[in-house]
Write a protein that binds this ligand. Sequence first.
Ligand code: ADP
Length: 225
Amino acid sequence: MRLVLLGPPGAGKGTQARALGALWHIPQIASGDLLRAAVYEGTELGREARTFMDRGQLVPDELVLKLIAERLTHRDAQAGFILDGFPRSVSQAEALAEMIGRKRWAIDKVVAVIVPDQEIVQRISGRRTCKGCNAMYHVKFEPPKIAGVCDKCGGELYQRADDVEATVRERLNVYETNTRPLLDHYRRLGLLAEVDGVGRTEEVAKRIIGALEGLLPASGTASKP
Ligand code: ADP
């Protein structure tokens, strides 16, 4: 299964990609996580990317493509993957098709997770991320058992620098301008499924699995689709 999850920031792509990846034993590959790791490590690429990320703007393709191409060479990605946050523009989608085409791979399906803007701002401004394992929580809707501490790994929870309201609005603008046209792009290719992203995490996961009918074994829960 080679899947792309599309959707505005805060649509729940990361949560879904991680859960489904664990279910199917394939990695979630999140461009935002790869970029934040580069920023944290202080690499030259990370330093360059950071100025764009803090402003809520897209990091130049060249940098993102480099990280994705490298990640796709890892052993765990050979049997499939779930891309989350990438591609984010038509140019990135074209670069992706070319990159994986060279490996004789193709994207099986693109699932767009649809969530209205008002809900997004509310979700993201309450979002907290684990420094250790990147798990996500919401101070109101999905609080950790102990405030500030990750249930899964005990790591410290923090608010991402770009999760403040003004930057969230800029990220939504960037989504409208650069990423929304991707829906049409993938619709034309016959790969797109749209899923309602409002509701409990498990309900949304079920809708995504429903949209993948035909690509998964009947139960949708097999370990290697
Ligand atoms: P979200 O989807 O909630 O906006 P991400 O973690 O996916 O969060 O992205 C955070 C930031 O990282 C983006 O605002 C952007 O600056 C940068 N980024 C992530 N993925 C890409 C990408 N594919 N292309 C360009 N920039 C990206």
